[in-house]
Design a protein around this ligand. Structure first.
Ligand code: SAH
Length: 274
């Protein structure tokens, strides 16, 4: 087991030229076809300040500057986060804080992850592209997310993957995510109501697996559903660190290769579904 020092900035694997190239980088959020009047209304909404005097695009650009300053060096991930309006995924009461580096409540005792945490997890996931043994068309290929929450990270994943499956165990939260994702035009994500510890076999294998909730160990199903050359990133309890750390697991021709990264604090990975 490889155990690098856990400090910022992370020494991420090199992001390959292919992953960083404009052609394979993040795709724009595609809005479904709408009647012209509605489309014009939408366009007006996106150019007006959102919520409490927040100019979404400018504030998002500042968020990206902060992420870069904190050592995130993954152009495809930053481009993807620059495209997704995070303010549309938080409750009205928290819109003013949508771009601050803080986690926020999303109901049912769950939280939307901090931007820096989403950025670091996805940077680790895309950094794997360079060491993978099977070429994939987009930085993340076929992706699985465990813990949809409000849908924010799923929307970012959709910019980086050829297909996204996202599982949430809390039914009403998944409904909320579906509405949030539809509102930003992300309608091609497979949302699954279920226990993510079992993964989602019907869409397996996955080139990329990312978990937004942490447990004691990596469930066997995730490893079984990880494609050859695939990479998994998940928060897991680590005895030595006496807390959660980000675990990266690569399926290489020589077997599974595991490394430990940042100390983190995610909500627990629970069993069953509500
Ligand atoms: N991806 C979200 C983060 C959500 S918080 C974002 O972008 O902000 C983590 C989520 O994991 C919670 O909604 C919680 O209900 C969910 N979760 C916890 N255990 C789970 C499990 N076994 N299967 C699926 N979802 C789970």
């Amino acid at each position: 087991m490889n155990r690098p020092a856990r400090r910022f900035p992370l020494s991420l694997d090199r992001v390959t030229a292919a992953a960083a190239s404009p052609s394979s980088a993040a795709r724009p959020v595609v809005r479904p076809q709408r009647p012209v009047r509605e489309a014009a209304h939408d366009a007006a909404r996106t150019t007006r300040p959102v919520g409490q005097g927040l100019d979404s695009e400018a504030v998002r650009a500042r968020m990206l500057d902060r992420l870069r300053a904190e050592g995130v060096d993954a152009p495809p991930v930053l481009a993807a986060m620059g495209r997704v309006p995070r303010d549309r995924f938080v409750d009205t009461a928290f819109v003013a804080q949508a771009y601050e580096d803080t986690s926020l409540p999303i109901g049912w005792e769950q939280t939307i992850s901090k931007p820096i945490v989403v950025a670091r997890m996805l940077a680790l996931l895309t950094a794997g592209t360079g060491v993978r043994h099977r070429p994939i068309r987009t930085p993340l290929g076929r992706a699985l997310e465990i813990g949809t929450g409000c849908g924010y990270q799923a929307a970012v994943l959709a910019q980086l993957a050829s297909r996204v499956t996202s599982i949430e165990r809390i039914g009403p939260l998944l409904d909320k995510a579906r509405l949030n994702l539809a509102a930003v035009g992300c309608t091609d994500i497979r949302l699954v109501h279920g226990d993510g510890r079992l993964g989602h076999a019907p869409n397996a294998p996955y080139d990329s697996i990312v978990a937004a909730a942490g447990g004691e160990s990596v469930p066997e199903a995730w490893l079984e559903q990880l494609a050859p050359g695939g990479r998994l990133v998940a928060p897991m309890h680590d005895e030595d660190a006496d807390g959660q750390v980000l675990v990266v697991i690569d399926r290489t021709p020589d077997g599974l290769v595991r490394s430990l990264h940042d100390a983190v604090h995610f909500v627990p990975l629970k069993s069953g579904r509500l």
